[in-house]
Design a protein around this ligand. Sequence first.
Ligand code: ATP
Ligand code: MG
Length: 380
Amino acid sequence: MANIRLSNISKRFGNTDVLNGIDLDINDREFVTLVGPSGCGKSTLLRILAGLESADTGTVSIDDTDVTRIRPADRNLSMVFQSYALYPHLSVAQNMLTPLKLRDLSFPQRLPLIGPLLAKTEYKTLYQQIKNTAQILKIENLLDRKPGQLSGGQRQRAALGRAMVRDPLAFLMDEPLSNLDAALRVHMRSELTQLHQRLRATFVYVTHDQSEALTMSDKMAVMMKGKILQYGPPDEVYHNPQTIDVARFIGSPAINIIPGSTDETGCVSLFGKSLETHVSYPHSTLHIGLRPEHLSLSENNGNSFPGIIRHIENLGSDLFYHLETEGMSQRIVVRSSQSEGKRLPLGSLTYFKAQKNKLLIFGESGNRLTVKSQKLAEVA
Ligand SMILES: Nc1ncnc2c1ncn2[C@@H]1O[C@H](COP(=O)(O)OP(=O)(O)OP(=O)(O)O)[C@@H](O)[C@H]1O
Ligand SMILES: [Mg+2]
């Protein structure tokens, strides 16, 4: 069991507020990611949870026990770092033994050689424990190697193995995949989620990579400037961002943010065309968010907008057309499913339309506005 509760956590380094009154509830067995741009305070928050850093205000509780003043070793949490932090002179098996040794399992001062030669039953049990963990991680055949003789992915798994042998209440991971190449990172993402399912333990995972957070988490906490802007399941955060900052940060290619306005009735216009959608703010300037997949190329008709193709991003399954539109400095990105041999030429004029029910409307302050009424008879 590990229900984790962070209440009103604040932290200041010198004159800088790094965390401002963070509240976060993590349920037992959830995979929660802390995601946000560099410097927003993710690692600091994780370190406060681990007890490696102290908070200026607030409390950390695990299963309703206040652990704010309890030292890291006694919180029974395992931390996996970006740098793996493996001992280079020890084998994988010996590395995996160190946390057990640190927890005072009456180990002799010098680590014994680990392997089938071990005689004592005590060591045999521990060796079996390490072998079982290695089996789950598929590194059984690497137990005698030193970290320098492993690939990045194998080193990562050894570091995970070391965290696992302790059977902790929760696993805390700070960007554990960022040293891996792109293909291995994607592979390890799915391995980690499978591992989470198998271990049925609480995972708190820090990343600055929104796609990692979207693919792996049960819930994601989007952090910026020391605050949690939104906390919820990936689908909710992606489809229902509550602020323009969250909308911009989550999703790749990024959401299109287009300036819009309302007339005296609160009716929203985009590029001077009414969208037959109303909000409660007449005579206002707005930001309209439309994800590339909610736009599509179209005929030139009363409901479409013109754009000149300036760039085409080919992702194999999809094409993303980057369009220049009048009066906008940024390009509008439109997704189009790949149909072989049918690609519009660069520099040509095309038209695009928007799925009205997917509009995300933000006020000038960046907060999401609720749509009061919308005519959805037709996709505009
Ligand atoms: N020990 C420290 N002393 C002073 N400032 C610090 C210290 N640790 C972190 N900071 C500052 O606190 C802010 C948050 O740092 P933190 O490491 O939590 O960010 P992060 O979100 O993990 O970023 P990244 O994605 O780059 O790892 C940064 O501005 C950082 O420079
Ligand atoms: Mg960090």
